[in-house]
Design a protein around this ligand. Structure first.
Ligand code: KIV
Length: 286
């Protein structure tokens, strides 16, 4: 199954943007999934703090820490050596100060061999983004629905529907570009606003539920395969119901064990007759 692929670089991403070839991006949190994504040729992988919800079952991303993120980022890197790997900075790992931002970003690079980090917010985080970029770490911006601020934004809902809100997002995108963002993710922003930002930007704009007029698309892996039991958001396309396959398989296993259908001869290991006889003799000697 293994296929040779070249390492994705910033050059690859900008070249795709300039040629109008859409950039592909998915969230990823573990080794086997990263392995398959590597084989499929995904450009960018995001080890999102969404793992707090998709993997750990929290109701929000806020309880996620760097110590939780790092082992996941390491596993993804082991599975995908060549995708452009982005570590998502968890809540309060960049908000407090420039120093916390640089230290957290540095951990993703040094401990998990990430290529870049992502942080949420607009002009208000531009100084921290600029400082991390100055340290030689590429940073992706994230505007629109920024889940770490879901409470202030009125929940997990579309952002930028009014002209004033949309203008703020457009200004924030400019501020992030000026701070040195290598790309900006727009989550749940109206398609026309996304298109305006894409037309104005000189860095790749990635859409998550923000329409087709962007330089690339992102989906949350668990939404694509029916693996998030609580709900499937409108912005996701479902490519298969792995959740149902897993549930059916587990039910069948319960049935097979209960009815003594599992295990069968091919599922266990044997001992040669001589060794068995010797063992019995040894036990009889006691
Ligand atoms: O954590 C994450 O996966 C994200 C996406 C929602 C963009 O930030």
């Amino acid at each position: 199954m293994s296929e040779e692929r070249k390492k994705t670089t910033l050059g690859t991403l900008f070249s795709k943007m300039n040629k109008g070839i859409p950039i592909t991006m998915l969230t990823c949190y573990d080794y086997p999934t990263a392995y398959f994504m590597e084989q499929a040729g995904i450009d960018m992988l995001l080890v999102g703090d969404s793992l707090g919800m998709t993997i750990l079952g929290y109701d929000s991303t806020l309880p996620v820490t760097m110590d939780i993120m790092i082992p996941h980022a390491q596993a993804v890197r082991r599975g995908s050596p060549n995708a452009w790997l982005i570590g998502d900075m968890p809540y309060m790992t960049y908000q407090p100060s420039v120093e916390t931002a640089i230290r957290s970003a540095g951990r993703f690079m040094a401990e998990a061999a990430c290529d870049a980090v992502k942080l949420e917010g607009g002009a208000e985080v531009a100084d921290r983004m600029a400082a991390v970029v100055r340290m030689g770490i590429p940073v992706m911006g994230h505007l629109g629905l920024t889940p770490q601020s879901a409470s202030a934004l009125g929940g997990f809902r579309v952002q930028g529907r009014s002209a004033a809100q949309a203008k703020k997002i457009i200004n924030d995108a400019k501020a992030l570009e000026e701070a040195g963002a290598f790309a900006i993710l727009l989550e749940m922003v109206p398609n026309r606003v996304c298109q305006m930002i894409t037309e104005r930007a000189t860095v790749p704009i990635i859409s998550l539920g923000s329409g087709p007029h962007a330089d690339g698309q992102l989906l949350i892996f668990h939404d694509m395969f029916g693996l998030y039991p609580k709900f499937t958001p409108k912005m996701a396309r479902v490519y298969g119901n792995a959740g149902q396959v897993i549930l059916d398989g587990i039910k069948q296993y319960v049935e097979d064990v209960t009815t003594l259908d599992f295990p069968q001869r091919e599922n266990w290991f044997t001992m040669k007759d001589e060794a068995y006889a010797e063992l019995k003799a040894l036990l009889e000697e006691e």
